[in-house]
Ligand binder design. Structure first.
Ligand code: ADP
Ligand code: MG
Length: 294
């Protein structure tokens, strides 16, 4: 049976916009040593917008965007959705891809009007044998150092352009991180995004420990490593790519609003109000609760 103090704490927590699935989650929360954040959709709003477009001839920015957005038309990824929305708001005429394959943590490939299109990061371009010229690479790196995510677009094996996407921190992220740190917790950022973007966003949020270019299994391996060394991880994420780590962590916390159902199902706690604000409060509450029942 769940002790009364935990039931009361859960009641209190749910009034504040939390849904906890199990009483044991409160106890595990109180023992947390590391608070591990996903970046996109968790520390950031998860609603990126196009910040800049750069095309390689014979493409111009518009035809390059049209091609990328057609390839991304069925994408569930926030970056894909941002590219489609950006194209639609610019009045581009999109077509449906004849075929499309998602490459988790890299991007996607598709066939659009008979042409092979790839949209994604530098690793994807390398695996597609697409050469990224020095100036395109330098421009992408500048965007990344400014905290934006640069994705490359290729058509039939050649670079067609670069799309930079901006996804800002949630208003409350820096405050929540500093509250958690002042409670003695170690904040960590894990992301599939590249090192430069990750470092800039982490610095804005006040997080020192960053692990970039993580695939879902890398996020899981990180949790495993910390817990094997005696730590307890509270992992906060929103995406399908976070689900294995959310499931494995001592406490999994899913973002309610923009978050995927897969992430919620893998978690012990759901932040129903779609914000991080209550996290420090919930942590403090769990510590008080544990003291009460001991
Ligand atoms: P995160 O952990 O930050 O949520 P992901 O693991 O989903 O990121 O993606 C990692 C990287 O792969 C992205 O930063 C992007 O460069 C590339 N990528 C993934 N999906 C797409 C997509 N649909 N379109 C373009 N690029 C993508
Ligand atoms: Mg995410």
């Amino acid at each position: 049976a769940t002790p009364t103090a935990i039931m009361a704490a859960i009641g209190n927590a749910s009034k504040r916009g939390f849904l906890t699935r199990e009483g044991s989650a409160m106890e595990s929360l109180a023992r947390t040593t590391h608070v591990v954040f996903d970046k996109t959709g968790t520390l950031t709003t998860g609603v990126p917008t196009i910040a800049s477009l750069e095309a390689v001839s014979p493409f111009d920015p518009r035809s390059m965007l049209e091609l990328a957005a057609s390839a991304e038309r069925k994408s569930e990824h926030p970056l894909g959705k941002a590219i489609v929305e950006g194209a639609e708001s610019r009045g581009c005429a999109l077509s449906d891809p004849e075929r499309f394959d998602v490459l988790v943590g890299r991007g996607l490939t598709a066939t659009v009007a008979g042409r092979r299109v790839a949209v994604g990061n530098a690793e994807l371009m390398a695996s597609e044998s697409v050469e990224v010229a020095e100036d395109a690479l330098a421009r992408a790196q500048r965007e990344e150092a400014a905290g934006r995510t640069a994705v490359f677009v290729s058509c039939d094996g050649r670079l067609a352009g670069t799309i930079a996407l901006a996804d800002g921190l949630r208003d409350e992220s820096a405050h929540v991180v500093s509250d958690l740190a002042s409670m003695g917790l170690v904040p960590v950022l894990l992301t599939g995004d590249n090192e430069r973007t990750a470092r800039t966003i982490a610095a804005q949020a006040g997080i020192g420990e960053v692990h970039a270019a993580c695939l879902p299994e890398d996020k899981m391996a990180y949790v495993q490593r910390i817990e094997a060394a005696g730590g307890k991880v509270c992992m906060i994420g929103d995406g399908v790519n976070d689900a294995p780590a959310l499931r494995l962590a001592s406490v999994g916390v899913a973002m309610g609003g923009v978050g995927s159902d897969v992430a919620a199902d893998a978690s012990d706690i759901v932040l129903v109000d779609d914000g991080l604000s209550g996290l420090a409060h919930l942590m403090a509450l769990s510590r008080r609760t544990l003291r009460t029942i001991r």
